[in-house]
Design a binder for this molecule. Sequence first.
Ligand code: ADP
Length: 502
Amino acid sequence: MSSVQPAETNTMRKYQLFIDGQWVDAESGKTFTTPNPSTGETLAEVAEADKADIDKAVAAARRALEGKWSKISARDRGRMLYKLSQLIEQHATELAQLETQDNGKPIRESLFVDLPQVAENFEYFAGWATKIEGETIPVPGDMFNYTLREPVGVCGQIIPWNFPLLMAAWKLAPALAAGNTIVLKPAEQTPTTAMELGKLIQEAGFPDGVVNILPGYGETAGAALASHPGIDKIAFTGSTEVGKLIARAAADNLTKVSLELGGKAPNIVFADADIEQAVNGAMMGIFFNQGQVCCAGSRLFVEERVKDQFLSSLKEKAEKIKVGDPLDKATLMGPQVSCEQLDRIKSYVGYARDEGATVLSGGGSPQLDEGFKNGYFFQPTIFSDVSNSMRVAQEEIFGPVVSVITFKDEDDLLKQANDTIYGLSAGIWTRDIVRAHRFAKEIHAGVVWINTYNMFNAASPFGGYKQSGYGREMGKHALEMYTQVKSVWVDLSGKPIGWFGK
Ligand code: ADP
């Protein structure tokens, strides 16, 4: 089996659109290129979908939904998902290499974090396919009332570039388990692994049109999908700004929407914490995936009493992080995904200085080996003397940049921690279990980590409060987003109907 193109190939990769089980050019004939962010060189040429292609894909997804897919048993849906998870495991090395080449994330992350979780999500939801059930309701009288839990229908799914394959898995797996059909639009920065996934989806036996994958730009292909009257649901992961556009576009057709958006997570270190563990957790919270994580612990609250000890350790460790060739297994941080992201991060260094914060560490370009000088690298960066009202504490930077805010007491801390438009995640480091659980209850966030950070499992729900979005991905909660409930009433009496029957 060699359906995944090996990552080492020297010839330029080319990808077409995946519509109705066929690999086709865009109607316009247009293509775009995706660079390798560690070198700036072109990695692949990809067909560029636009409205006409989205129309074709939505029609194919509708035919599949009403045709072959609806006749396939839940067991067979589960088996296909399970087969897909196995194919992903078999091709994990090539997929991880390609993910690293397209996104820039270190190979140790793509190989040991992203790919295993991609496979895990398909495997987990394979199990759910046969367990999606209705209920019988104890209604009074000679009546029988039961519910059917049915697929929502044709789902548009728009995903970001920070975890390209994993975001595809979070979206596709529950939708397929529940019997939906899909039009997936990967991010224009990182389309390649989704196209490779398309080949494995074919190999796993999903009928034509059940999954359609259309790379293209957000403003064109993405917007056409979000506003399409032929889709029943739109699922989106990305920035809060674009999330609002999606919700508006969907409103005209009252398309169902789920959104997983930005964050500005408080990661809180109390003086009674295991400080070295908290330092490691703070690093994991912000430098993992170059800080391009919606739940990144980008507001680091440190109790005043341990500030000096904590910050000197954090600075020392941050300065030892190996930044460079993401295909090198020893590398801990690769490049940012794009030149635009790099520029955005740099601009926040200026805002921090202007508002009176201190650049304690980093703040610029790292020393790089020959061959990586055109890559989009940025140093692990720590801002201290930050107050919660500054831009660097309120706006999502999406880079390896942490803002350190000190606090004296718990009440003040909680107020500040909740003083944000976002509510995706939060972390707390303390040995006081009462405080830890009190905090978990009082923080306004969809995920809380206690003495750990960035933990995920396919069985555990993930999603945001406030402007971090709505709906929950993973776990049984994800099935809520991809099913709808029908209530069925049956008369068991055989008697004339109420007063009209008299
Ligand atoms: P970022 O700002 O981090 O690049 P975005 O939220 O812009 O993240 O992108 C996430 C996904 O949303 C990508 O697939 C992108 O193409 C898509 N997108 C961007 N703008 C729009 C839009 N106006 N309508 C629909 N999708 C969009």
